[in-house]
Design a protein around this ligand. Structure first.
Ligand code: BG6
Ligand code: MG
Length: 235
C-alpha cells in the first residue's frame, strides 16, 4: 500500500524533476569508510565488534542514533552523559581521519556529473545527517555546486526520517515530487521514499533494494542516463 502510493506518484512526475539532492558521505566524498573505522574503533574500545554488514544499518544515521544502535547491539547501557562523551570521542577520531581530506577524496565522476546537471539547470542540494558536512564540502572544494546544504546542524531528525530531504526541497522551493535523491544508505533510501521522492541508490543492489535504480558510483551517470532512468520509472 505504502509503496504502491509512491510508485503511482513516480508516474505523475515523469518529466518534471527539477532538483537533485545528494547525500554526502559515500556518495560525493569517500568518507563512509572513515565513519565505519571510527565506529569500529569505538566499539572495540568497549569490548565489542560489528561487521561491515551491520555497518550498512549505520550509514545515513546521525551520530547519537548510530551510537545508540551500537550500544544496543552490544547489550550495553550508558548514561546520556556517557553517550555524549563517547560520541564526541568517535567524532574526534573521525576528524583526525579526514583531517587531510582534499579534492582528491571526491568520488569518481562526481564533479563531471554535478557540472552537467548545473548546465542543464537542475537545482542541486546536499541532504546529509553529518554535522561535518559544510567543513567537508569546503575542504574538497565542492560547496559552490550546491544551491542549498541541509545537514545535521540544520535538521535533528535522523534518516530514515524524511525531514532532511523535505527541508532541502522546501529551501529550494521545489515540490518533493520533483526531486530525485542519490543515496548510499538504506536509511537514506527509506527517508527519500518517505519524503515522496524518487531515489537512485549508490552502492550494491543487495543493500539498496528499494531504490528505483542502483549505480556503483556517480561515474556511471550523466544527464542523458538520468533522464532515461526517470522516464523508465515513470512508466
Ligand atoms: C552520515 C553518515 O552521512 O552522517 C553516518 O552516513 C554518520 O555514518 C552521520 O554517522 C553523522 O555524521 P557526523 O559527521 O555528524 O558524525
Ligand atoms: Mg551516505
Amino acid at each position: 500500500m505504502f509503496f504502491t502510493k509512491f510508485f503511482m506518484r513516480y508516474r505523475e512526475r515523469s518529466q518534471k524533476i527539477k532538483a537533485c539532492i545528494f547525500d554526502l558521505d559515500g556518495v560525493l566524498v569517500d568518507t563512509a569508510i572513515y565513519h565505519y573505522r571510527a565506529w569500529k574503533k569505538l566499539a572495540q574500545s568497549l569490548g565489542f565488534d560489528f561487521s561491515k554488514e551491520d555497518n550498512e544499518h549505520l550509514k545515513g544515521v546521525n551520530r547519537i542514533s548510530s551510537l545508540k544502535m551500537i550500544l544496543n547491539w552490544a547489550g550495553l547501557q550508558k548514561s546520556e552523559e556517557e553517550i555524549e562523551r563517547l560520541a564526541e570521542l568517535k567524532n574526534q577520531w573521525y576528524k583526525e581521519m579526514i583531517g587531510m581530506m582534499n579534492a582528491g577524496h571526491i568520488l569518481l565522476g562526481v564533479e563531471d556529473f554535478l557540472k552537467e546537471l548545473k548546465e542543464a539547470d537542475y537545482l542541486l542540494a546536499v541532504g546529509s545527517a553529518s554535522k561535518n558536512a559544510e567543513a567537508l564540502l569546503m575542504k574538497t572544494g565542492l560547496r559552490h555546486y550546491f544551491d542549498v546544504v541541509i545537514d545535521g546542524t540544520v535538521v535533528s531528525e535522523s534518516k530514515p526520517d524524511p525531514a532532511v530531504f523535505l527541508k532541502a526541497a522546501e529551501c529550494l522551493s521545489v515540490d518533493p515530487v520533483c526531486c530525485v535523491v542519490f543515496e548510499d544508505a538504506q536509511a537514506g533510501v527509506e527517508a527519500a521514499l518517505r519524503a515522496g521522492m524518487m531515489v537512485i541508490g549508490v552502492g550494491k543492489v543487495e543493500d539498496l533494494r528499494e531504490a528505483c535504480e542502483v549505480v556503483s558510483g556517480l561515474h556511471e551517470l550523466n544527464v542523458k542516463k538520468l533522464c532515461s532512468i526517470l522516464k523508465e520509472n515513470a512508466n
